[in-house]
Design a binder for this molecule. Structure first.
Ligand code: SF4
Ligand code: SF4
Length: 450
């Protein structure tokens, strides 16, 4: 099947067996508009395409670990038999020594005992989309009648917990929940008891002309009027996080996490930052120097450069016509991946936290640097604030790793540093933390303000 021996030894595919089709109608979901790419289509991956995909994926990997990742739309709308068949095909095409990680990204509303038992039996890691406690979650994550999905998602979560399935919560950070970081984090940690959390900032680009329409949301009630969502324009919808707000959100959660939860709760932004501070691979594409090894597969075999670029200009080809590895290794895709580094503005090239940030995802690079150069990431103020805020604890954790000690020891080290910093300060002295208020009202209080 393969026509070339080159190409990367491994790559990541997000396969979308129902294309953009979903049983929810989340206000910020630009995927919904992608239905327009395939007018009149049923949006169901055929058995023949499923087999082509699995066969090519396993055949083209030159490392033993292969991840098979499903996402949507809502992949569980394919029904359980589709995934039973996928697992069967994986067993059929798996080469000796290959180990498979199964992952699925879902809104959780269709998950019952049967699904949960299947996930457990096949060791799936389930990515569950939850935006926080009920009121925050239900702001944008609604169904076609505009009703919140929280209770249905929690029923799915209960089934997953009952079967002890590994769950990774995916939380979008948007205009509604960005000012409640601790409510969101403590809800996941304490109420849901999850150990793995990913935060995804909502940045919905739009052009000036389309902005009023984009602000209505991408849901089906407006679909007839909707243009296809593409990464264009320098305006943002009112569901988008403010440029600095995501940094405040992350910093607040980081402080809580680094004091209490290192080694117990795993947050992708913090893990990937530690990899960059420690000079090791492991950073997610957004914070890597280049990208291009995470492609998106549509239900009909069309392969796109990235899940965020499922749009005509970024179509690489169809895997029924050209082997997937050839598309991943194509000049067009290599150029896409290298552009992440090559298009960095000078402001990023000389930035003190470039090693950790690498300019973020190109899809969000639509603002200008202070000296007027195009191509700065909309979230730059957040990234600068976050990466500078975590510098000291990250250095400590990296040192601990070098000494073969647990990174979780950082909490005690920071507590000791804090105690030493405030030793000998009088209750009526100005607090040394820089708040400008008296010690007794700040870090000397039972519940310090910062
Ligand atoms: S475009 Fe953004 S999300 Fe896509 S692979 Fe590159 S960094 Fe990752
Ligand atoms: S923090 Fe801002 S300036 Fe620095 S690399 Fe990231 S996006 Fe560029």
């Amino acid at each position: 099947m393969l026509t070339m021996q080159g190409g990367p030894p491994a790559y990541h595919v997000l396969a979308k067996p129902t294309g953009p089709i979903c049983n929810l109608d989340c206000e910020y979901c630009f995927f919904l508009s992608k239905e327009q790419l395939y007018p009149g289509d049923r949006f169901r991956m055929a058995d023949e395409m499923l087999e082509t995909y699995i066969c090519q994926l396993l055949e083209s990997h030159r490392i033993p670990e292969v991840t098979v990742a499903w996402q949507g739309g809502e992949p569980t709308m394919m029904g359980l038999d589709f995934f039973r068949r996928a697992v069967e095909l994986i067993e059929q095409y798996r080469r000796p020594g290959q180990t498979i990680s199964h992952t699925i990204q879902t809104n959780g509303t269709l998950i019952d005992d049967h699904w949960a038992a299947f996930f457990k039996e096949n060791e799936f890691l389930v990515g569950l989309s939850v935006d926080g406690p009920e009121a925050l979650h239900d702001t944008y994550r609604v169904d076609t009648r505009g009703e919140g999905s929280f209770s249905r998602v929690m029923a799915g979560m209960d089934a997953l917990k009952a079967h002890e399935v590994d769950v990774n919560v995916l939380c979008t950070v948007n205009a509604a929940n960005v000012s409640s970081p601790l409510d969101v984090y403590r809800f996941f940690r304490d109420d849901l008891g999850v150990q793995y959390i990913q935060f995804i900032p909502i940045v919905e680009r739009s052009t000036e002309t389309l902005l009023p329409l984009a602000n209505l949301g991408w849901s089906s009630k407006h679909k007839e009027k909707r243009p296809l969502y593409v990464q264009a324009g320098n305006q943002v919808t009112d569901r988008t996080v403010a440029p600095e707000a995501f940094g405040v959100f992350l910093n607040t959660i980081f402080d809580e996490w680094v004091a209490n939860d290192v080694g117990e709760v795993f947050i992708q932004h913090f893990d990937t930052a530690l990899a960059n501070w420690h000079g090791e691979p492991g950073a997610v594409c957004v914070f890597s120097e280049t990208c291009g090894l995470a492609v998106a597969l549509e239900h009909n075999g069309d392969l796109y450069s990235c899940d965020h670029y499922v749009e005509p200009d970024y179509l690489l080809g169809n895997i029924a016509e050209t082997p997937m590895i050839d598309l991943v290794a194509s000049a067009k895709q290599v150029e896409f991946g290298l552009a992440k580094r090559e298009s960095l503005p000078e402001f990023c090239r000389s930035c003190e936290v470039r090693f950790a940030c690498h300019g973020g995802c190109p899809k969000n690079r639509f603002t200008q640097t202070p000296d007027g150069e195009d191509g700065l990431n909309y979230l730059c103020p957040s990234y600068k604030a976050f990466f500078n805020h975590i510098d000291h604890p990250m250095r400590l954790m990296s040192q601990l790793l070098h000494q073969n000690r647990a990174p979780s020891e950082v909490s005690a080290i920071l507590a000791e540093e804090e105690a030493a910093r405030f030793a000998g300060i009088g209750r009526n002295d100005i607090c040394p933390c820089g708040s400008g208020i008296k010690f007794k009202l700040c870090h000397g209080a039972a519940n310090p303000q910062s």
